[in-house]
Ligand binder design. Structure first.
Ligand code: ADP
Ligand code: ZN
Length: 212
């Protein structure tokens, strides 16, 4: 299965993509996670991406396409993958075609629908593990022990780009630059839309159903 996830920030893409990857035994490729790792490791890429991400703006297409090209060349991506956070612009979508477009498995694209009003509220309660990237929600899915990750015990914090100003910028980037990507795939008849409102398990069931 070669699956692309599209959805606004805070739509639950990351949470759902991680589950799907486990269920279908294919790698979850999150460009956001890869960039955050680069920042944590202090690499040149991380140094370039950090200020852009903190603002909520998009990293350049050239940089992102290079990252994906390298990642897709690894052997675990041959069987299939779930792309979370890429492509985020039409230019990226066109470039992706050139990277994975001619395999036997067609690309499938899933768009999670969540209205803007729900986003800002969700993200303000989102917390992320600084160690393993696990995602929590202070109301719906809090860590068992205050501020500590259930899985790895590291500290659970708010992402630096989860502040209100950056969230608004991210939403704007989504509308202006990423929604056209959904239109791009709709025209190719590979887009499926799934309602992203409701408990994580319910949304997961909807996603699974939409994929059969
Ligand atoms: P979210 O979907 O919740 O906004 P992500 O973790 O997917 O968060 O991405 C965080 C940030 O990483 C983005 O706001 C952007 O700055 C950068 N980023 C991730 N993927 C891309 C991409 N494909 N193109 C450009 N920037 C990206
Ligand atoms: Zn953790």
């Amino acid at each position: 299965m070669k699956l692309i996830f599209i959805g606004p920030p805070g739509s639950g893409k990351g949470t759902q993509a991680k589950r799907l990857a486990v269920r279908h035994e294919i790698p979850h490729i999150s460009t956001g996670d890869m960039l955050r790792e680069a920042i944590a490791d202090g690499t040149e890429l991380g140094r370039q991406a950090a200020p852009i991400m903190a603002q909520g703006a998009l990293v350049s297409d050239d940089l992102m396409v290079g990252i994906i090209r390298d990642r897709m060349a690894k052997s675990d991506a041959v069987k299939g993958f779930i792309l979370d956070g890429f492509p985020r612009t039409v230019v990226q979508a066109e470039k992706l075609d050139g990277i994975v477009g001619n395999g036997s498995d067609p690309l499938r694209v899933l768009q999670l629908l969540v209205p803007d009003e729900a986003i800002v509220k969700r993200i303000s309660l989102r917390r992320t593990c600084a160690g393993c990237g696990a995602i929590y929600h202070l109301e719906n899915n809090p860590p068992a022990v205050d501020s500590l990750c259930d899985r790895c015990g590291a500290e659970v914090i708010a992402r630096p780009d989860d502040n209100e100003t950056a969230v608004r910028t991210r939403l704007e980037a989504f509308h202006r630059q990423t929604l056209p990507v959904a239109t791009f795939y709709k025209a190719k008849n590979v887009l499926r839309e799934v309602d992203g409102i409701g408990p994580v398990d319910e949304v997961f069931e909807r996603i699974e159903k939409s994929l059969v």
